[in-house]
Ligand binder design. Structure first.
Ligand code: ARG
Length: 585
């Protein structure tokens, strides 16, 4: 279905041209004075300059042409030249009746589906998943779902950090602890064991221990660096350990992401890009882009329009080692070869912005990615504690994701048990669903680039702009619908008779517009804002209207269909946020 704004513009266009003005002024926007109108057109003001006429005259000309149109109950020219618009109740009811029957609730899918790679997650293998990676997972998952729902071919890649110094650290720590392992016997000829020499529990303890040791023990650190270098150059025993680390750790990561209801199509990592590095470097040299600077190989990326000086991108260190940027560039070579995407979206901590500016510019300069392929860096801010500092455990350590989730679920569980209307078992299950919504919505409702304060009490509240409030609205509608039973097949949504009812219908009708914009601007918070507005409209309508005791059957069922449609819209939208509603709460 077409978006309301487009439908209004289609009516405005001939009104402008017939009045002698260009159709390009015929744009409608949502009203910024909801007390006066629902939509507005500001085109007369712009046209006034071009045609050297009074804006009000133009507005009057246009408004006159539209009077009596069945789409509008009001088209009014007001000072200093706005055209205020209200939709006709019958027209609006028709529109949302069509929505309720249409596939995907009448979503206008994209004309040209694109292949889009969303790079998110970014967990580092063998390091525990912590809250720093939470935002990437939550935001990226939502972007992926939105794009897919609109009809794009979206590929989500976790892009693991699986090739760094942590591997050398673990290898050397393992050598110190279990020197008898065959991996450390240079003369070992046989097959390496199939079973990993550690469990996930041990691995989680080994890495922090090794990392701590490397900070005080210089010799150990050097050993770890050498081991990393050897691993990266294909030394078989270390490759074998690395495979074990990968198997054990990736299985655990999958479990954790699964618990978050976050799912990747590709489980690739930095290691997968390694084979592409030599060719990449050669190509950069051949194209005359890479040059030696203090022993390192660099590519200039500065542009005249930069407001501050941007350093060149280092693609090879003086010791010959590849860097983070090299790995991201090589990954692009691989992605182009495998998918030739039409768009890239990276969901990563905003502190990595410079890195991505460098990578994107080198990729375009070198023609790895074509000039017109958008490369979007969706940089997110930090999740802070109530003290305004990056979120930590009470003891001051890095909060593990699992701990964080169970703390939230516990708080929600207590909340649910206060009412004591459900069994403990059901409360546990519901707490899991509601807790996750609290966490995700608490994150997604902020503009991604902003830092935000993680506040469990606020996030789990059933009131205000929170996940639980949205779920509660849905659950409440479900319960009304369940109470009523079957609705007559011939029933339909009738034109609104009250203000709250029209407000709800208007809110529902914005759905198409919102989804398109949220994805276009890679802004899940716009979906949150919408579901919040829609929930408020639902609750106000519900509060105003005695639905079940209404005597007129057609009216009663119209209202039930209306809240049912609101529920469908809410459910569709929260699914795009990676959230689901329980049956009861
Ligand atoms: N592993 C990285 C980190 O923890 C994030 C990876 C982001 N994606 C990328 N293509 N560089 O900081």
């Amino acid at each position: 279905m077409k978006k309301i704004l487009d439908l209004i513009a289609e009516k405005l266009a001939p009104a402008f041209t017939e009045s002698g003005y260009d159709a390009s002024y015929a744009k409608a926007v949502l009203s910024n004075r909801p007390d006066l109108c629902e939509y507005q057109c500001n085109g007369a003001m712009a046209a006034a300059k071009a045609y050297k006429k009074k804006p009000t005259d133009i507005a009057h000309n246009v408004a006159e042409k539209l009077s009596g149109d069945s789409m509008f109950s009001q088209v009014e020219a007001v000072m200093p030249g706005f055209i205020n618009i209200k939709l006709q109740e019958t027209w609006l009811a028709d529109y949302i009746n069509s929505m309720s029957k249409a596939e995907k609730l009448g979503l206008e899918e994209v004309e040209k589906p694109e292949t889009i790679i969303v790079d998110y997650g970014g967990a580092n293998v063998a390091k525990p998943l912590h809250v720093g990676h939470l935002r990437a997972a939550i935001i990226g998952e939502s972007i992926k779902r939105m794009g897919r729902f609109l009809g794009h071919n979206v590929i989500g890649d976790v892009h693991l950090g699986d090739w760094g110094l942590q591997m050398g650290l673990i290898i050397e720590e393992l050598r110190d602890r279990k020197p008898e392992l065959p991996y450390f016997d240079e003369n070992f000829q046989g097959e390496y064991p199939e079973e990993a020499p550690f469990t996930i529990g041990e691995l989680e303890e080994i890495y922090p221990a090794a990392s701590g040791k490397s900070k005080t023990d210089e010799a150990f650190k050097e050993r770890a660096q050498t081991a990393t270098f050897q691993l990266q150059n294909g030394y078989a025993p270390y490759r074998a350990i690395w495979k074990h680390i990968m198997n054990v750790s990736v299985a655990d990561l999958k479990k954790n992401y699964n618990n978050l209801n976050v799912h990747f199509d590709l489980w690739k990592g930095e290691s997968d890009a390694q084979p592409y590095i030599p060719g990449l470097i050669q190509d950069l040299i051949d194209k005359g882009l890479a040059y030696e600077s203090q022993g390192a190989l660099v590519v200039d990326i500065a542009e005249d329009s930069d407001s501050k000086e941007l350093p060149p991108c280092i693609v090879r260190k003086s010791d010959g080692a590849a860097l983070y940027a090299t790995s991201d560039l090589a990954t692009l070579v691989e992605r182009e070869q495998d998918f030739s995407p039409n768009r890239y979206i990276y969901v990563v901590d905003k502190r990595q912005e410079l890195h991505f500016t460098q990578v994107f510019r080198v990729a375009k300069k070198a023609g790895i990615v074509s000039q017109d392929t958008p490369m979007i860096f969706l940089g997110f801010g930090t999740m802070n504690g109530k003290d305004g500092k990056p979120f930590k455990t009470r003891e001051g350590g890095v909060m593990r994701l699992e701990t964080l989730i169970s703390e939230i679920n516990e708080a929600v569980f207590d909340r649910i048990m206060e009412n004591r209307t459900v069994t403990e078992e059901e409360a546990r299950e519901t707490a899991g669903i509601v807790g996750l919504s609290a966490l995700k919505y608490g994150d997604l409702s902020n503009q991604a680039a902003k830092d935000y304060v993680f506040d469990v009490d606020r996030f789990i509240s059933f009131e205000g702009n929170t996940g639980p409030y949205i779920l509660y609205t849905i659950v409440r509608i479900k319960s009304i619908l369940n109470k009523y039973g079957e609705i007559d097949k011939s029933a339909k949504i009738l034109p609104a008779v009250t203000e709250a009812e029209k407000a709800l219908q208007l809110e529902i009708s914005k759905y198409n517009e919102v989804l398109m914009n949220s994805f276009g601007e890679t802004a899940p918070h716009k979906i949150c804002q919408y579901v919040y507005d829609l929930s408020n409209a639902c609750n106000r309508f519900y509060h105003d209207t005695k639905i079940l005791s209404e005597e007129d059957k057609a009216q009663r069922e119209s209202w039930l269909l209306l809240i049912g449609l609101a529920k469908s819209v809410l459910e569709t939208c929260i699914d795009l946020l990676g959230i689901e509603a329980p049956e009861r709460m």
